[in-house]
Design a protein around this ligand. Sequence first.
Ligand SMILES: NC(=O)c1ccc[n+]([C@@H]2O[C@H](COP(=O)([O-])OP(=O)(O)OC[C@H]3O[C@@H](n4cnc5c(N)ncnc54)[C@H](O)[C@@H]3O)[C@@H](O)[C@H]2O)c1
Length: 250
Amino acid sequence: MSVLVTGAGSGIGEATARLLAARGNKVAVTDVNEHAAAKVAGETGGLPLQLDVTSRESVRAAIATAEKELGPLDGWVSNAGVSSMISFLDMTDEEWHRLLTVNLTGVFYCGHEFAHHLVAAGRPGAIVNVASMAAKQGNVPYLSHYIAAKFGVVGLTQAMAYELGPYGIRVNSVCPGWVATSMQERELIWEGELRGITPEEVKQGFIDNTPLGRIETGDDVARTIAFLLGPDAVFVTGEALNINGGAFMD
Ligand SMILES: NC(=O)c1ccc[n+]([C@@H]2O[C@H](COP(=O)([O-])OP(=O)(O)OC[C@H]3O[C@@H](n4cnc5c(N)ncnc54)[C@H](O)[C@@H]3O)[C@@H](O)[C@H]2O)c1
């Protein structure tokens, strides 16, 4: 397959790009941070591209360049995301819109442009959107903007799957739990400060609430994304798959 991954310069996106490349796929390794994308691409033989998911023009340009260099794209992973922690009462318009723009509108721009491209070319394809455990439960502290965006990603995924199915385009989302990435490192510090406990205590709480008993890795998520993109998931669409060691079971 040829797959474009957003936010692939770090964390889950990086793990996904590495796994897909190791399995022989052509991978466009994209990130708003071009240096991070270049590093991962250089180590995996992927194509480095700067792509800011908040810009429709940037998405369109990345599709054109990726197809020129790699040939037709048949997979897309909308993984790029940002987080912050702030109580609902202290939420600002600025922070609300920043989170919604990257985490939800970015998924829309990517899916919209890629779907238009596939439909115009008459080709099938597969899209995976990275949501979160916080896409299915709101009882998580200090993340109301993030939760709203991620619930939106799951709903958007279902709506896209419904309308794009007749074109042979599958759309699924994944809902990771507590994954060891740079985002988690920042959140451990923020949550510790907000709750008056240490980052280590926050992390231990995550493990205690995970039946499989450890912090999740980017690879845990990457393997499920690869499954959803590939032929074993050929009749799977509109799903929001939990990957969280049992931390949240719906
Ligand atoms: N880490 C977790 O515990 C966890 C859990 C559930 C879901 N997620 C989701 O997984 C995804 C990846 O998170 P991560 O933990 O790997 O974070 P991360 O911070 O390690 O990586 C995110 C990447 O996205 C990039 N990015 C940020 N804004 C962008 C933009 N506008 N356009 C393109 N790229 C942009 C960053 O440069 C970075 O390389 C996010 O959507 C996040 O919400 C993470």
